[in-house]
Design a protein around this ligand. Structure first.
Ligand SMILES: Cc1ncc(COP(=O)(O)O)c(C=O)c1O
Length: 353
């Protein structure tokens, strides 16, 4: 059997959730959208079910998958509904839904609901992606109340640059949010992972941790004691020597400067390992650090075994996990850990903890 695997450490997930909730105070919705950032939404939600205050997904179908698996906590739809008929499920399955633009208010106004719903009213405090501008918040809030179909309104916003401690944008967003909502009742929710870790002034009633749950620290110092949840691993399946001056792999990108021992590893971009990584990207073989050399192919990649004489066929390879931080691989690929984790597919998933 092909040795490519994603090992998911659910104890690490719980550790990270607890850490976020404790740091922030109040309650925390565990963000498990996009299949829990590639980790398996049902398994992750089940692992957190005893302690999470609730979950957040992007859209209705993701929430229904969790309900079908027996998850009973509140589940928030971060994108809200796309059509009025989805509101029947929101009301019937006790889901919470974000309202971030007028069309969603109209849908609520014109739809008969079996029970009043819990809405999270999203305020655009400066990211300019979704939400009501401060000047439009009152009217939106009044319309939701007047509809008589809304039981609770939680006020929320989202940060554009919470993972950048040096910029003032986050503080400005907090001020704009507070000014726009000071006179309105209801719970508040501002903080994503970056804000939970780096911006105490953004802590309110509800946190919304995503990437930090999975152990990838979004802050530059990465010093918050998070535990990686996914280990992406495989094994060496062949070894060859190439002489100094010889090229390796597609495009002959890597040319050996000295005689080089090359390990062929069963992992490629079809598994979600990024093709864009440079030569030198860290990898661990039998627990020892070495580097990717040559272009990543669809099913295989190549690593430098020159300094690892004991490594050979069958040696274990960690592509990311506890020894190789996923953030390092993401940097080498010119992307972010979020994207790498979400993209893992085709490999076998196994769960522990
Ligand atoms: C509205 C909202 N809240 C929270 C999160 C979680 O963000 P992070 O993964 O940075 O913690 C996201 C993710 O994109 C989001 O869209």
């Amino acid at each position: 059997m092909r040795p490519a695997r994603a090992l998911i450490d659910l104890a690490a997930l719980r550790h990270n959730y607890r850490l976020a909730r404790q740091l922030h105070g109040g309650c925390a919705l565990a963000v498990v959208k996009a299949n829990a950032y590639g980790h398996g939404a049902v398994r992750c939600a089940q692992a957190l079910a005893d302690e999470a205050d609730g979950f957040a997904v992007a859209f209705l179908e993701e929430a229904l998958e969790l309900r079908a698996a027996g998850i009973q906590q509140p589940i928030l739809l971060l994108e809200g509904v796309f059509a009025a008929k989805e509101l029947a499920d929101v009301a019937g399955r006790s889901l919470w839904t974000v309202v971030h633009h007028e069309a969603q208010i109209e849908m609520i106004e014109r739809t008969a609901l079996a029970a009043p719903i819990h809405v999270w009213l999203k305020i655009n405090s400066g990211m300019n992606r979704a939400g009501f501008l401060p000047a439009a918040v009152d009217a939106a809030w009044q319309r939701l109340r007047a509809s008589a179909k809304v039981a609770d309104i939680t006020l929320m916003t989202h940060f554009a640059r919470a993972d950048e401690p040096q910029v003032i944008t986050t503080e400005a967003q907090v001020s704009r949010f507070d000014a726009a909502t000071a006179h309105l009742p209801g719970g508040r929710s501002l903080a994503n992972s970056g804000a939970i870790l780096g911006w105490p002034q953004a802590r309110r009633d509800w946190a919304r941790p995503g990437i930090l749950l999975y152990g990838a620290d979004p802050m530059p110092d990465e010093g918050h004691g998070l535990q990686p949840v996914m280990t992406l691993e495989s094994a060496v399946m062949a070894v060859r020597e190439i002489a100094a001056g010889e090229a390796l792999g597609y495009g002959a990108r890597f040319v050996a400067e000295r005689d080089t021992r090359v390990g062929l590893v069963a992992m490629g971009y079809a598994d979600g390992y990024p093709r864009g990584v440079a030569d030198g990207t860290p990898v661990a073989v039998d627990g020892l650090p070495t580097r990717i050399i040559g272009r990543v192919s669809m099913d295989m990649l190549t690593v430098d075994l020159t300094g690892l004489p004991d490594a050979g066929i069958g040696s274990g390879v960690e592509l990311w996990g506890r020894q190789v931080p996923v953030n390092r691989v993401a940097q080498a690929a010119g992307t972010i850990a979020y994207e790498l984790l979400c993209n893992v597919k085709r490999v076998r998933f196994s769960y522990s903890g």
